[in-house]
Design a protein around this ligand. Structure first.
Ligand code: ATP
Ligand code: MG
Length: 558
């Protein structure tokens, strides 16, 4: 079945239904969505769900998507984050129509605020944040009006202008919307629109010392850009009446807010604040540490944009919070890498093997680069009388059904010959140092005339041709499924063994020319990609994912 057919047959998600209804009813001729990150950290896999959703909707209905930096909080934001966010979105395969900044709207937002003051719908309050909280009431008790609520329009205009001019210190005054201190929705109890903050902003510098709150900036920015569908996560449902109130009272373009469930993944945390702690406290090396659930971490680990998009598609769009099993993400990357990864042989824990009847020298063998894709062609691998095999592929006293190498037992070497183990060499302490073997000259892969059947095929590397690699093997960063909701601090649940380094694995020589853009399957071992820490002297590979989902099994054993 073609991809397009499959696409058509899939039922619409609730947002697609809304968009189709809006287009059919002629409410809009084209849709405009936005992705509104706050540049206070690197994007994580949760954001990729929002990115795929916003950009995906626009692509599907021939609309557009803006990238809007929600940079209204000067203290936590930084240009470094702006650049990383753009790189990550492009890497995921999306391009925005316009790159915009909420801070570019500080002037129109100020004008909107004065308009509300003139309408008698906003006032300057001198109360401290404690006093404001004390009068706010509780969900079951109404709040009380602030003594400043009765201020005249003129006085409010003058005070607000003075706030902007820098006459007051941080926290001395705020601007509040005048709505209803008895509203059952706490967000409507005269919410704060502006606060004073004498802080340097990454884009506007020292031009402003008052900054709009999220609720006042977000919907108004949507409206200025004429966003048709403003999609956010479920925790903003109670903010929606306020979103609508500001737009209605100002009489500006009626953008609408829709909410979907955020992505939560097992064995990780998904908030920038928590991810920042992991970096700051050095539990990981950086934001792009391959154990991090950041997009840059997944990229460095070897994930492909396709696999992340497929994952976003598979999890779909829900209206209820849930916890998605990280093995679904691993399934998506495995499936993609199986199709595109170059097969290579690498021995992680070497045991030397000498083929006593093999002639001096070497020969070149030919093997396919990927059995899933003949188009990826073939490569040559040098074979010689001295090889490394995986230590775990040999047992001196094997149990029944151990089909790999053992004294007197035969196996095939991948794309090469059948060998038999004749003798085990040990050092003084009894440690096995070498195997003496013989090979069947007529058993070469592709033209086997030996008539011998074997049960196992082992990967191997020729000793004189081997390239040394450092391998970095990653496990889950947390020991429990839901560290954010576990008792105590989420950092108590960090897995101390999430990174295992193998300083010297031996690889076939074709890996010497490995590229960052390529993906590899180290046969029988897992999927790997070159890490950016690699140098001329040392090649370093990250394990993206194991070949099979054996995690649950491993856990039961330990
Ligand atoms: P965090 O709590 O991680 O800091 P945030 O919501 O504060 O996340 P923003 O930069 O404000 O981060 O988010 C940009 C967009 O991405 C928002 O529309 C937000 O709803 C969405 N988003 C953030 N986290 C997730 C998630 N886990 N799943 C889906 N969408 C998300
Ligand atoms: Mg946020």
């Amino acid at each position: 079945m073609s991809e397009i057919r499959k696409e058509e047959e899939k039922s619409l998600n609730f947002l697609e239904e809304i968009v189709e209804q809006d287009l059919e009813a002629g409410r809009y001729t084209t849709i405009l969505t936005r992705f509104p990150p706050e540049p206070n950290g690197y994007l994580h896999i949760g954001h990729s769900k929002s990115i795929c959703l916003n950009f995906g909707l626009a692509l599907k209905y021939r609309g557009k998507t803006n990238l809007r930096f929600d940079d209204t909080n000067p203290v936590t934001e930084d240009t470094e984050y702006v650049e990383s966010i753009k790189e990550d979105i492009r890497w995921l395969g999306f391009e925005w129509a316009s790159e915009l900044y909420a801070s570019d709207y500080f002037e129109p937002l100020y004008e909107f605020a004065t308009r509300l003051i003139r309408l008698g719908l906003a006032y300057v309050d001198d109360s401290s944040s404690e006093e404001i909280a004390a009068l706010k009431g509780t969900p079951t008790e109404p709040g009380k009006n602030s003594p400043c609520r009765a201020r005249s329009v003129d006085e409010n205009l003058r005070l607000f202008a003075e706030m902007r001019a820098g006459k007051y210190r941080d926290g001395e005054k705020v601007l509040r919307a005048k709505i209803d201190m008895a509203a059952s929705n706490m967000h409507l109890r005269d919410p704060i629109m502006y606060r004073i903050k004498h802080a340097h902003h990454h884009r506007t510098g020292d031009a402003w010392c008052i900054y709009p709150m999220y609720d006042f900036a977000h919907g108004q920015s949507d409206s200025i850009e004429k966003i048709t569908h403003s999609i956010c996560t479920l925790e903003f449902i109670p903010h929606r009446p306020l979103y609508d109130w500001f737009i209605e009272k100002l009489g500006i373009f009626p953008s609408h807010q829709y909410e979907f469930a955020r992505l939560n993944l097992t064995y990780t945390v998904m908030s920038k604040r928590k991810l920042l702690q992991l970096v700051a406290d050095k539990h990981v090396h950086s934001w792009d540490d391959p154990r991090m659930p950041t997009i840059s971490g997944y990229r460095r680990r070897g994930y492909t944009p396709e696999s992340i998009r497929t994952f976003a598609d598979k999890i779909g769009v829900q209206k209820r919070e849930n916890l998605i099993d990280v093995s679904l993400l691993e399934f998506c990357i495995r499936e993609h890498l199986n199709r595109i990864a170059w097969r290579r042989m690498v021995v992680f824990d070497p045991l030397k093997l000498v083929i006593t009847n093999y002639p001096e020298g070497e020969e070149m063998l030919t093997t396919e680069n990927n059995p899933e894709d003949p188009g990826m062609g073939q490569r040559s691998i040098p074979f010689s009388g001295q090889l490394y095999i995986e230590r775990e592929d040999f047992m001196e006293n094997p149990p029944k059904k151990f089909f790999r190498l053992a004294p007197g037992q035969k196996v095939r070497l991948k794309s090469a010959y059948i060998i038999q183990c004749d003798e085990v060499i040990k050092d003084a302490s009894g440690h096995i140092t070498e195997l003496k073997c013989s090979y069947l000259p007529g058993s070469k892969s592709g033209g086997d005339q030996s008539g011998t059947k074997v049960q196992a095929t082992l990967h191997w590397v020729s000793v004189p041709h081997a390239v040394t690699l450092e391998l970095r093997l990653y496990d889950r960063l947390f020991k429990v499924e839901d560290p954010s909701n576990a008792e105590g601090d989420f950092k108590d649940y960090i897995n101390p063994d999430s990174l295992q380094i193998l300083p010297a694995a031996y690889a076939e020589p074709s890996l010497r020319t490995a590229k960052f853009s390529e993906r590899y399957q180290f046969m029988r071992k897992g999927y790997f990609t070159l890490d950016k820490d690699s140098s001329e002297e040392k090649m370093i590979f990250n394990r993206t994912v194991t070949l099979k989902d054996n995690w649950a099994k491993e856990q039961k054993k330990s």
